[in-house]
Design a protein around this ligand. Structure first.
Ligand SMILES: [Zn+2]
Length: 344
């Protein structure tokens, strides 16, 4: 089969089309003919390296996949060849103490499709049958491929982790990102007031369209100072963080008392400065989150399929132009998800 691979970590120029073996289909697996897949920031980290010890090349990434079931393993009776599906990219062992309690994303052997194991940037993908969800007929593959990772991450972050309530204030960083564009809509549905941080008038307008009540341009204002000013020095109840080093201190500063900082990423640096006195005086909670469990995946995809939340697509590239898609994401030029159309 064809895949968009890289043979070593490095720049986008490492990505090229190659012929690779079609994956084996295990007893509990299904083989999916990939129709569309989409990029996440994770794909840049995986491609840039350094490679994980024991990483195997050629490697192909991409966590988010929509397609058609083409084969089912001998032990699978929940779907049939020809079924249209999307893939939950959160892979867990199913046997550890966390999996047994339903907390898949805390699995001791947790993996994300396209991170440590090859992903969706190929004609076919083999995946455990329990990781697929039927796709409604009125949902196109490209639209569907923009759903899984970002909606799952944003849903767990704001509902399970932040416990966001109606009437609360939430500040969402990096509003043009995939998770953030999902989070703005989820926060709106939850009845919160939304402060979104982005750059430029075009991205600001798109954040507002999605439901942001206040948009702060990070190139024009200090977002923490401006948030405090707009809330009469009270601060916001929840901050959704994915930037890391450059924003961490400000994210803590603009939290109200008993505020929650929820982090799901670190696009610009791993280490953040924390004022410990401020932390205990304000009784701040710092909460890490990653992906989500099967219940959360079911909850959020149901809302998307009901059109109460909508996938935000920035641009669709043909399969062979994955390199250009990486370049667009790396430049931060996108608003929402960059999608690849496969085999059309
Ligand atoms: Zn497990």
């Amino acid at each position: 089969m064809k895949a968009m691979v890289f043979d070593a970590c490095g720049g986008p120029e490492k990505i090229h089309l190659a012929e690779v073996p079609k994956p084996d289909v295990g007893r509990e697996d299904v083989l999916i003919q990939v129709k569309a897949c989409s990029l996440n920031h994770m794909d840049l980290f995986v491609r840039q390296g350094p490679a994980e010890p024991g990483a195997k090349f050629p490697f192909w990434g991409l966590a988010d996949v929509a397609g058609v079931v083409s084969e089912v393993g001998a032990g699978v009776d929940t779907c049939r060849p020809g079924d249209r599906v999307i893939v939950n990219p959160a892979l867990s062992c199913g046997a550890c103490e966390f999996c047994r309690s339903g907390e898949d994303s805390l699995c001791v052997d947790f993996k994300i499709l396209g991170d440590e194991i090859p992903g969706g940037a190929a004609e076919y993908l083999a995946i455990p049958a329990r990781n697929i969800t039927p796709l409604p007929d009125d949902f196109g593959f490209e639209e569907a491929a923009a759903i899984p990772l970002v909606f799952l991450t944003a849903w767990r972050a704001l509902t399970t982790q932040a416990q966001l309530k109606p009437g609360e204030d939430v500040l969402i960083l990096g509003a043009s990102g995939g998770v953030a564009s999902a989070a703005i809509q989820i926060a709106k549905l939850a009845g919160a007031r939304i402060f979104a941080v982005t750059s430029g008038t075009e991205k600001a307008a798109r954040a507002q369209e999605l439901g942001a009540d206040v948009v702060l341009d990070r190139n024009e204002v200090d977002f923490a100072r401006e948030t405090l000013r707009l809330t009469a020095d009270r601060g916001v109840d929840v901050v959704l963080e994915n930037v890391g080093t450059p924003t961490w201190k400000q994210s803590l500063q603009c939290l109200a008392r008993a505020g929650r900082l929820v982090t799901y990423g670190r696009t610009a640096g791993l280490i953040g400065e924390t004022n410990i006195r401020e932390l205990f005086i304000k009784q701040t909670r710092i909460i890490g989150t990653t992906m989500g469990n099967r219940r959360e995946f079911a909850e959020v995809t149901r809302l998307v399929f009901q059109r109460r939340l909508r996938p935000v697509i920035d641009k669709v590239y043909p399969f062979e132009q994955l390199r250009a898609a990486h370049e667009r994401l790396e430049a931060g030029a996108q608003f929402g998800k960059i999608v690849l159309s496969v085999g059309s």
